[in-house]
Design a protein around this ligand. Structure first.
Ligand code: SF4
Length: 430
């Protein structure tokens, strides 16, 4: 059952307590109002090589065209059978990757399920596969292209599957920010400590990873953000962290950095909306990006969960706003959440603040616990949702015919410095 807009957390939790088996489906559902093909077409966001949706896409950029009607009209059962048949016919020639937040009807066909970086590494572990079908979003497919072999093709089943957070920092805005920071900090270099070290979250375009590679910076994930920030502070006086303000703030706060030393950078305003003095006193400059899924979680939801389930363990993702992370019992990456639930004593109750597909899957995999999503209304990732089984069938059957649909290629001049930033991250020990 899906909750209707306006349903309270208490209502959702009452439903859970009445029928534990239905816990995973009693809060928000994984569906959205429009089918994913509503997003296909020329007017929709598209991604130039290595870029975010806000960067101008070259004229030759492939666009997600209309899915052939045979896929639009196929029943769920038919798509399931066609995907299975195509995958089995391709054998080791293809590897399918499914992100934790991907819908079940797609994930069940995946050879690997994980977070974006785990999946890119999984792709690199299968050099015999000529095609890597990435059932995630655009920046993830780019990362897989960076880490896979030159002969391997990374395919994104739907080109409209981007990440709204990654799109909040485009390369032009970041370069403009950098120029302003260079002007403010000119002459303030100290021996062995650059004025600013750029750090980008994995959830960013390859162009931003390359920017970090060229400017002494680094990439981080939600698992290693604290170790990466420590690495950056060994080399610089402050960090420019993009695109997710929440991961940056939550991580830096846990390291003891005061909030007043973490001004936000608004790319639409001169100096990001700050004074030169604020910038000089900063330790972490936070880009004003956020994840539209994780910013929905609130402290009221946590309060309601605790009232209904005394002793509930509240775990949220660090992309949630700081008050939510502070009110939770724990915060951590998708992998942290998964492992915490796996390690818990049977009979535990978890309220989880992350994407609904992952929460429902955890609830189904752990009937010994009660697991529910904190948000009772909407919490699927609307861009990940665009990878419908119809697109997966289309891409796989194309491979069977020798056609590569939706290949994602990061150009060499972007790929080389982007790999540098990724390699720096891999060398950091948490
Ligand atoms: S859940 Fe948030 S950060 Fe992850 S892909 Fe979706 S919009 Fe991007």
């Amino acid at each position: 059952m899906e909750a209707t807009p306006g349903a309270s957390v208490a209502t959702a939790i009452r439903l859970i307590s009445r029928d534990k088996a239905a816990a995973a489906s009693s809060t928000c559902g994984p569906g959205l109002a429009s089918p994913p093909w509503a997003f296909d077409g020329a007017a929709l966001p598209q991604y130039g090589p290595g870029a975010s949706a806000a960067d101008p896409a070259p004229a030759a950029t492939p666009r997600q065209g209309a899915l052939p009607s045979e896929y639009l009209e196929a029943s769920d059962e038919e798509l399931e059978a066609r995907i299975s048949a195509a995958k089995s016919g391709l054998g080791d020639r293809v590897v399918i990757l499914g992100h934790f937040y991907q819908r079940d009807e797609v994930v069940r066909h995946a050879d690997f399920v994980g977070d974006s970086f785990q999946l890119a590494q999984a792709a690199a572990s299968r050099p015999e596969a000529e095609a890597i079908v990435f059932c995630g979003v655009h920046f993830m497919a780019e990362t897989a292209d960076l880490l896979s072999g030159p002969e391997q093709a990374v395919l994104l089943p739907n080109l409209a599957a981007g990440c709204s957070m990654a799109d909040m920092a485009d390369i032009d805005s970041v370069e403009e920010c950098w120029e302003q920071l260079e002007a403010v900090f000119r002459g303030r270099e100290t021996a062995g400590a650059a004025p600013v070290i750029p750090v980008t979250y994995m959830n960013s375009s390859a162009a931003l990873k390359a920017f970090c590679g060229r400017h002494g910076g680094i990439v981080c994930t939600s698992s290693n953000a604290a170790a990466v920030l420590a690495w950056a502070f060994e080399r610089g006086q402050r960090v420019l962290f993009f695109p997710d303000q929440h991961l940056g703030r939550n991580t830096a706060k846990a390291m003891g950095i005061p909030l007043e030393a973490m001004p936000m950078w608004n790319p639409r305003l001169p100096l990001g909306g700050n004074t030169e003095e604020q910038l000089r006193h900063s330790r972490v400059l936070l880009w004003n990006g956020f994840c539209s899924v994780h910013k929905r979680f609130t402290t009221d939801q946590i309060t309601a969960a605790r009232q209904q389930f005394p002793g509930v363990r509240v775990i949220v993702h660090p992309e949630c706003p700081m008050p939510v992370v502070d009110a939770a019992d724990e915060s951590g990456s998708t992998d942290y959440i998964r492992k915490a639930i796996e390690a818990a004593e049977p009979g535990s109750t978890f309220a989880v603040g992350t994407e609904i597909n992952m929460v429902r899957r955890l609830a189904a995999a752990h009937p010994e616990h009660t697991i529910f999503c904190l948000d009772p209304v909407i919490c699927p990732c609307s861009t990940m949702y665009r990878i419908h089984p119809g697109y997966l069938a289309w891409v796989l059957e194309g491979l069977v015919r020798g056609e590569q649909h939706n290949r994602i290629t990061v150009p060499d001049d972007v790929a080389a410095p982007a790999r540098t930033a990724l390699e720096r991250m891999l060398a950091v020990r948490p």
